[in-house]
Design a protein around this ligand. Sequence first.
Ligand SMILES: Cc1cc2nc3c(=O)[nH]c(=O)nc-3n(C[C@H](O)[C@H](O)[C@H](O)COP(=O)(O)OP(=O)(O)OC[C@H]3O[C@@H](n4cnc5c(N)ncnc54)[C@H](O)[C@@H]3O)c2cc1C
Length: 462
Amino acid sequence: MSNERCDIAIVGAGPAGMSAAIAAARLGASVVVLDEQRGAGGQIYRAITDAPARRVDLLGPDYAAGRSLAEAFAASGARHLTNAAVWQVTPEGAVHYLRDGATFTLQAERVVLCAGAMERPFPIPGWTLPGVFTAGAAQILLKSADVVPVEPVVLAGCGPLLYLLGWQYVRAGVPIRALVDTTSMEDYRRALPRLGGALAGWRYLKKGLSLMRALKRAGVPFHTGAENLAAEGREGQDGVAALRFTAGGKAHCIETSTLLLHHGVVPNTQFTWSLRARHTWDDAQLCWRPKADAWGALDVPGIHVAGDGLGIGGALAAARQGELAALGAMHGLGRITTGERDKLAAPLRAALREHLRIRPFLDALYRPKKANRIPADDVIVCRCEEVAAGDIRHFVALGCDGPNQAKAFGRCGMGPCQGRQCGLTVTELIADARGVTPAEVGYYRIRPPIKPISLGELAGAE
Ligand SMILES: Cc1cc2nc3c(=O)[nH]c(=O)nc-3n(C[C@H](O)[C@H](O)[C@H](O)COP(=O)(O)OP(=O)(O)OC[C@H]3O[C@@H](n4cnc5c(N)ncnc54)[C@H](O)[C@@H]3O)c2cc1C
């Protein structure tokens, strides 16, 4: 398996990766798709290939829709390496991965990175207490193993995934003590002018509204416009005991042993940063995006990006971007002409535009609050190395002007998560403390291994 070669290597078997693979294989490419999950599906369709009918029904029609895509992918002729954690992609197209405790290398003519999104860090006081999870993590347990909390939970934050999980929990019989929504009237006022675009994406809008209605019908108590969120423990008790917040001019304290936080997802840019590709700061989505052309091609020749890793657009947009990247890669390999590429791309571009029309509205409505992104001094920011926001402000006062210097000042971003949990917060914190834009501050210099790998595994590389 070592030094296997292929035309196109695709990292990630979510909607973008599966669609890219189907499109490239259909055009005659040898395709290998690598994913650390045990089956195809990515985040939205996680475990779709072996999910029992009962779970598929519970998770809803958007989840079930993944089955036909996964079947088309399985029949596409692309080789799928499951349980393959990719720890490095080089500019020369070498894909290094870890599988069953051994490392391997795949050499590709073109690489399409479809590594998806990650949840945005939600650094509020107490977010590191046992019992505080992200909503996405809780959903992973549900999708992959039918694991749900038995004690009443509190969901807090904003965004479609939070409401979707609430709806799925209601269907799974999970008691929800409260949904604490940070969305305020001001957010609605900001989003309203973007409604013109959203009307074209009315299906998405209708879906979102019906989720909220279902939650309210199920009697889930709602608190909107929540501010000053803080998770609290209790004397003599290990985990979280309550969520405190203010809403409607009143202070609230809701007891819970399971608090699920979420305020959106952001592109997973670990690979693109490690490849030294150019990135831009997206102020609408408050995150970094790799700079790519209309085919997802980076300024690193031979490497493309598709799906949420390029900017958050949702599963259907990710699938179209995957197909476009496959066309771009096939054209780059000289396997299709410019005319063929452009003809095949035209309907994909039209569909992509349609799927993305809702974004400006969603980005404005669910823009995460500054207080929930740039925390007070005593809040831990880098969970791996236990570096607090106050430490980082102190580093800035000492002359630290960016995330890379912050590593040297206090090890933040140097733990096993490689800055995934703290990177965005550190960029925004330093920018805020210096009074400059995040673009001026930059991001961590990400180096392989992207995924933790032991020295023994590395030494055993074939
Ligand atoms: C936790 C979470 C849950 C979500 N749930 C939903 C949902 O229920 N409904 C919804 O509409 N949207 C959901 N989303 C948003 C959803 O991810 C996107 O809309 C859509 O799935 C994006 O497709 P994609 O193909 O770009 O990426 P993804 O679907 O995220 O697929 C990326 C794939 O890359 C793989 N990967 C990443 N890094 C590596 C690596 N180093 N080595 C090997 N494999 C790697 C991952 O295992 C994953 O399978 C969720 C997002 C997150 C972060």
